[in-house]
Unconditional design. Structure first.
Length: 267
């Protein structure tokens, strides 16, 4: 797989990060539309939908060819469509409802199904998008290669719904899987082969001595695979960029001197 030296951007404030993220997303979208005629964006939970709300404001909203955008999700809780824990619903409230995206180009996980059925249904939907060439195919892995995946690091050391030491980390054939977070909650998640093309991580610096870092440094094959994948493996203590033998990551955006924020809040 082609190696790309990541770009590290550190900002003084959340507002500055959100503005830079908007610029970055527009830049990637313009390049994809110019090259292929469409742009595929993958969202996740956390505060990413709130930050993308910046795109609904001037001057950004006028700079985007919204009819060319296709939106997907890296993860989704198995809950009703309008449930507060639905990542689709969060994105709709903060971003999707505020911009002129075509409804047919918004691709949420199908609600009202069991976790396994929802995962199978979403993988089928993604495969249909590959047939229409809305989403590219990785020549090295035959997995979908979205134009831009926006992820953040969870408090448990997870990315999307991929948790340390979970058996789904070893999944190599499925693109979408069902994960049980606990006895009462299931989620649908893109798997490591799909997320190995991470193009942007949005978050804040954190201390490696805190639990969220130590839980990643595991001596298991799945734990080490996940550590190599995670964007945080690029972030040394002094926040100086470095290149490691990890999958592709074009850019990650950090807020200077602010703890990692994982909860939805008005920024």
């Amino acid at each position: 797989m082609e190696k790309i030296k990541p770009e590290l951007r550190i900002f003084e404030s959340s507002e500055e990060l959100s503005s830079n993220l908007a610029d970055y997303v527009i830049q990637v979208a313009e390049s994809a539309v110019k090259e292929r005629g469409s742009f595929s964006l993958v969202l996740s939970g956390g505060d990413i939908p709130i930050r993308l709300g910046k795109l609904s404001k001037a001057p950004y909203v006028r700079l985007v060819e919204w009819s060319k955008w296709h939106v997907f999700w890296a993860e989704e809780n198995v809950v009703p469509k309008r449930h507060p824990d639905s990542y689709y619903w969060q994105a709709k409230q903060w971003f999707i409802s505020k911009v002129p995206l075509l409804p047919a180009h918004v691709n949420p996980v199908r609600p009202g199904l069991s976790g396994e059925s929802a995962a199978n249904s979403y993988e089928f939907a993604i495969r249909q998008q590959l047939k229409s060439r809305t989403v590219q195919v990785s020549r090295s892995t035959d997995c979908p290669r979205f134009d831009l995946i926006l992820l953040s690091l969870g408090s448990g050391g997870h990315v999307s719904s991929l948790y340390p030491n979970h058996p789904v980390l070893e999944e190599e054939s499925q693109w979408v899987a069902c994960v049980s977070k606990d006895a009462s909650c299931e989620s649908v998640t893109l798997t490591l082969p799909v997320l190995s093309w991470i193009l942007c991580w949005v978050g804040s610096p954190f201390d490696r001595t805190r639990p969220k870092w130590s839980c990643l440094e595991m001596e298991t094959s799945s734990g080490l695979r996940m550590l190599r994948l995670l964007p945080c493996s690029y972030v040394p203590m002094n926040l100086t960029p470095r290149q490691l033998p990890t999958p592709n990551l074009n850019c990650y955006l950090l807020i200077k001197n602010k703890p990692l924020s994982l909860n939805l809040e008005l920024l």
